[in-house]
Design a protein around this ligand. Structure first.
Ligand code: PHB
Length: 397
């Protein structure tokens, strides 16, 4: 992705919006995401999703209300940087809202700041379950790893005798492993082994060899979406795990839509559970994908990070409209708790008022060839209104 041109566009837009009349109500949104560092293409997906929603719905803004984005690069999983950026956006730029964030450590580092300053923070990706418990000013429009990995474990226990788990060694990886192992054991399945790999630049080959030696029926992998997913598929293929009878499964991050063209045939047949696939045939998704291609190019396809930005912006528009552009932080949080969209590209979504986490469908998908290209084809709906299972299982009685 041409990050530089996006920055230029952002700067131009910021100037244009900043030049609006002094009487206009401007809502300032501090948007922190990753344009550099690990899997740096994810940030631009989030930003483009957010901008597409705004473009489609700009007419609904109350009269005189303008939106100004203050866009910042947290440089990947870098909690110190994210904290510093959030601090500046809050104190110096006096933003009304914070939004974005691909990586869990960054979101966790920002949580105490948004609590102290009472700045609502709309999370558009970071998926570790605990994040929303760290501040009453956080609402999440993306997903949790428990939402995908727990139903995945329940389903996989019926289909495979022994599954091995491999996850990136950080928050969402630990959540995915915990969720999958728990669901597997509850359903009477067996875990053949579990391994955690470094978040940045792991060499997957030795880990895959270990898996091959253990001869499981399935390998469940979570790694952050982006190039890391392609590295997993490559090592899986090189060591011939598929040929030796190991089925690759995981949450949808491992077959993230934007990387499918780089993965090649080794991805065919990989089974995943996730809330979003660009190949979904729901009318709302077909319209979303068509709008994306019209806006960003015929060869461009959105992914789940793009949908996090898109639906996150839908929630932001809702709180702006309801308050006619004059945002009160506590009222904003009350409104976020009521947010719902029966017609998101991913299906019906809402915010659970008790946890401020998204409630959404989870689909079982298989990578198949559709019209000459690889696609995550939704083959079954495992749940229509899935709440974060970690919070459901740990509810105080
Ligand atoms: C996270 O840091 O929470 C995260 C990052 C990438 C993903 C999923 C979760 O694909």
């Amino acid at each position: 992705m041409k990050t530089r041109s996006l920055f230029a566009l952002t700067a131009a837009l910021g100037l244009a919006l900043g030049a609006a009349s002094a009487s206009a109500q401007t809502v300032k949104i501090g948007f922190i995401t990753s344009y550099s560092g690990l899997n740096a293409n994810l940030g631009p997906y989030m930003e483009r999703g957010m901008r597409l929603y705004l473009k489609e719905h700009a007419k609904e803004l109350p009269p005189g209300v303008k939106i100004e984005f203050l866009i910042r690069d947290d440089t990947g999983p870098n909690p110190d940087k994210a904290k510093q950026l959030a601090q500046e956006l809050i104190v110096r730029d006096k933003v009304n809202l914070l939004a974005g964030v691909i990586f869990t450590p960054n979101a966790l580092a920002m949580a105490p700041l948004v609590t102290e300053a009472k700045v609502p923070f709309i999370i558009m990706n970071a998926g570790t379950a605990v994040i929303t418990t760290r501040s009453p000013y956080i609402a999440r429009l993306s997903f949790t790893l428990w939402q995908s990995c727990y139903p995945l474990g329940q389903w996989a226990a019926k289909r495979f005798k022994r599954a091995y788990t491999m996850v990136s060694d950080f928050g969402p990886g630990h959540d995915c492993e915990d969720a999958f192992v728990r669901a597997t054991k509850e359903a009477g399945g067996q875990v053949a082994g579990s391994v955690r790999v470094p978040l940045v630049n792991p060499d997957f080959v030795p880990y895959m060899q270990r898996v091959k030696d253990a001869k499981p029926d399935a390998l469940m992998v979570f790694i952050p979406a982006g190039k890391t997913a392609t590295a997993v598929l490559k090592a899986f293929g090189e060591l011939g795990l598929s040929a030796s009878g190991v089925k690759l499964i995981g949450p949808g991050d491992v077959t993230t839509d934007e990387e499918l063209p780089n993965m090649g045939d080794v991805a065919l047949g990989v089974l995943t559970v996730h809330h979003y696939s660009a190949a979904a045939t729901r009318p709302a998704n077909k319209a979303f994908v068509a709008a994306w291609k019209k806006e960003y190019g015929a060869d461009e396809t959105p992914n789940f990070v793009a949908v996090g930005g898109y639906d996150g912006m839908a929630a932001i528009m809702y709180v702006i409209k309801e308050q006619k552009g004059k945002l009160d932080p506590d009222r904003t949080m009350e409104l976020l708790k009521q947010f719902k969209d029966p017609n998101s590209p991913r299906g019906p979504i809402s915010i659970d008022p008790e946890t401020r986490d998204i409630v959404q469908p989870e689909y079982l998908r298989e990578v198949r060839r559709v019209g000459g290209a690889l696609a995550n084809v939704e083959i079954e709906t495992l749940g229509v209104a899935v709440k974060d299972p970690w919070k459901e299982l740990n509810k105080k009685k």
